[in-house]
Design a protein around this ligand. Structure first.
Ligand code: NAP
Length: 286
């Protein structure tokens, strides 16, 4: 009697205990009828090379990569494709024919959320992006590729925003501007914005009492305020924006879409959105 093989997937991060990806991906496998299991692996920074080796040796089918390994994983892969090659960050690894191939689904996940949940096309829009870490990088490259009208990069450490600005220029020929949170030009950028996106970790559980120091009061009517943070579902920043009458978009949609796209890379099939959303909302609303 032959036994059916269970395909093993997971997420490498540190810390990884609060990740919702195991719930999301196991729900996706269930919905698609795939005999797979997805587990969290707490991989400390010095252990990443060993974890990539284990992924090969154990014959795991694929993993997600999260903080702090999205850039550090690249030297241990055989190839990086698409957005991952462009941005230099990987959130999905496929193990196929003995090769590890890196992808990034964060930028596309954000774009799908913007289009499907808010009905917004970035083309021609004036956009302010808070943060210059891995998530901000993925979103900035995608917005630039989609023809954003202008892009203001705002970050605590200006050097990191400047490095992102230079990469956008060098790799896409896209000219962005950048400044710090206390620079006076931020007020003008806010006043002209169609879209403001928080891609910093400010406001993320357990520090839910924090919010980016951004002049929401300067934003024009109808300016969409987005937060990539999804825990809590409505961050303090989004609450403040909503109370000012501004439309808001939380990070849950991006989480779902980037996960659906990872699942498609591993299995060749896109899972249905609704059971995934319902499972995550149940946990987040608890
Ligand atoms: P990261 O690479 O560690 O970057 C963190 C960013 O937050 C940097 O820009 C950092 O600024 C800024 N920051 C941290 N603490 C700050 C503070 N006290 N004041 C001002 N700025 C601060 O992390 P990441 O991967 O980009 O993730 C950022 C956030 O996006 C996280 O909350 C994550 O959960 C969320 N995210 C959501 C999704 C989704 O699917 N919804 C996907 C990916 C990420 P410095 O450069 O100055 O340190």
């Amino acid at each position: 009697m032959t036994q059916e093989i269970i395909r093993v997937y997971g997420i490498f991060g540190y810390p990884v205990g609060h990740s919702l990806s195991p719930l999301l991906q196991n729900e996706a496998f269930k919905a698609l009828g795939i005999n797979g299991v997805y587990l969290p692996f707490e991989v400390k920074p010095g252990a990443l090379e060993g974890a990539a080796h284990a992924l090969r040796c154990l014959g795991m089918a694929g993993v997600n990569i999260t903080i702090p390994h999205k850039e550090a994983i690249i030297p241990f892969l055989d190839a990086v494709e698409g957005d991952a090659a462009l941005t230099g960050t990987v959130n999905t690894v496929l193990h196929r024919d003995g090769k590890l191939i890196g992808y990034s689904t964060d930028g596309e996940g954000f774009l799908l959320s913007l289009r499907r949940e808010a009905g917004i096309e970035p083309r021609g829009k004036n956009i302010v992006l808070l943060g210059a870490g891995g998530a901000a990088r993925a979103v900035a490259f995608r917005l630039a590729q989609e023809g954003a009208g202008s892009l203001y990069l705002v970050n605590r450490s200006k050097e990191r925003a400047e490095a992102l600005r230079e990469d956008l220029q060098a790799r896409l020929g896209f000219t962005a501007a950048c400044c710090g949170f206390s620079d006076p030009e931020l007020h003008e950028a806010a006043a002209n914005a169609d879209l403001v996106i928080n891609a910093t970790s400010l406001g993320m559980y357990p520090a839910a009492g924090e919010a980016p120091p951004f002049p929401l009061e300067r934003c024009p009517t109808g300016c969409l305020i987005c937060d990539l943070v999804y825990r809590p579902r409505e961050t303090l920043w989004l609450k403040k924006a909503r109370e000012r009458g501004l439309p808001v978009l939380g990070g849950l949609g991006m989480l779902i879409y980037q996960g659906m796209l990872s699942c498609q890379i591993w299995t060749g099939r896109m899972p249905p959105e609704e059971p995934l959303r319902a499972a995550l909302e149940r946990v987040l609303d608890r």
